[in-house]
Design a protein around this ligand. Structure first.
Ligand code: ZN
Length: 113
């Protein structure tokens, strides 16, 4: 059996205020709740998260998406529309957008294997 766990979660954090033009952070983790808690507590080396803390901007968990591989983090970032997947910015449509993203990208991912 393959012990290496490739799958995990892509998570979206919503900033309570804009940081320059950014209002979201997208990351990947196999333990997203722990990772998010660390981001919130300031235990992070991620510069944009540090900048939020420096500017008194809060971080809110906006979406957690189970994915088969960490490459999906890059795929979601490539959409350049994080707000589409944010439950605070798109409360009525983020679930649909997330499902559509997964359907489209998982299909591509499976075809390449
Ligand atoms: Zn948002």
């Amino acid at each position: 059996m393959n012990k290496k766990r490739l799958g995990g979660y892509v998570y979206v954090l919503h900033f309570t205020d804009k940081l320059s033009h950014a209002q979201h952070y997208i990351g990947f983790s196999q333990a997203p709740l722990t990772r998010i808690a660390r981001h919130k507590a300031g235990y992070t080396t991620t510069r944009i998260i540090q900048a939020c803390h420096d500017n008194g901007i809060g971080l809110v968990k906006a979406n957690i998406i189970p994915v088969p591989h960490r490459i999906f983090e890059r795929r979601l970032k490539a959409y350049r529309k994080a707000s589409t997947f944010c439950k605070y910015c798109s409360p009525k449509t983020y679930k649909k957008s997330t499902q559509a993203f997964l359907l489209r990208e998982v299909k591509k991912y499976e075809e390449r294997r």
